[in-house]
Design a protein around this ligand. Structure first.
Ligand code: SF4
Ligand code: SF4
Length: 190
């Protein structure tokens, strides 16, 4: 295996299964069905291995509810791990890989893509568009979902998010920088 591919796996392989991260996980504390940081860090041991031939199947499995998209990125697992495993980093790498493998038909991936798309348009997060794109317009407007009522209530309080955001100054430079950063990342990938 090339050394640049092994480096992140080596960190994950250092896990001693102490479960400190699981005990501290904010999502596990409210949802015991969530796979949790230790299991997902271990999952990355295989997803990130270029010799593995089941990456697509594994990522499809971990993209299901209670998997990689249920983490709220609170960072506690990275903080408490005595071995420096950084389970959150492994989860984020798997999210990226899942999108790259076309596994985008789920709430988490749609939200990540909509978030990034709106930021790349204006330099600011467009909360309204991100919410609608994440759950889909049909679901957003579905009677009984409460979304329309919430939007009206928010607007009445003067807090309605703008549907169009004016681009920030220097947005063209931001796009050039992001494109360069993406090229550099792609070049580094084994
Ligand atoms: S970052 Fe995610 S996996 Fe880690 S403790 Fe927080 S919710 Fe749990
Ligand atoms: S805290 Fe670190 S060493 Fe302990 S189970 Fe979690 S990832 Fe493994």
């Amino acid at each position: 295996m090339p050394s640049e591919a092994f480096a992140p796996l080596k960190i994950v392989a250092d896990c001693i299964f102490c479960a400190s991260c699981v005990a501290e996980c904010t999502v596990r504390s409210v949802n015991p069905e969530y796979l949790g940081p230790a299991a997902l860090a271990k999952a990355y041991r295989f997803v990130g291995d270029p010799r593995d031939h089941a990456t697509q199947e594994r990522l499809a499995l971990y993209s299901q509810p209670n998997g990689i998209w249920d983490c709220d990125t609170c960072l506690y697992c990275n903080d408490v791990c005595p071995k420096g495993v950084k389970p959150l980093d492994a989860i984020l790498r798997m999210r990226e890989a899942a999108i790259e493998h076309g596994l985008v038909d789920n709430l988490g991936a749609r939200h990540a893509l909509a978030f990034s798309e709106t930021v790349m348009k204006s330099g600011k997060l467009n909360e309204a568009r991100t919410a609608i794109r994440s759950i889909g317009l049909g679901q957003f407007l579905k009677p009984g979902s409460g979304n329309v009522q919430l939007a009206v209530k928010t607007a009445m309080k003067g807090k309605a998010p703008e549907l169009r955001k004016k681009p920030i100054e220097g947005m063209d430079e931001v796009r050039v920088l992001v494109a360069a950063a993406r090229r550099m990342r792609a070049a580094k990938k084994p």
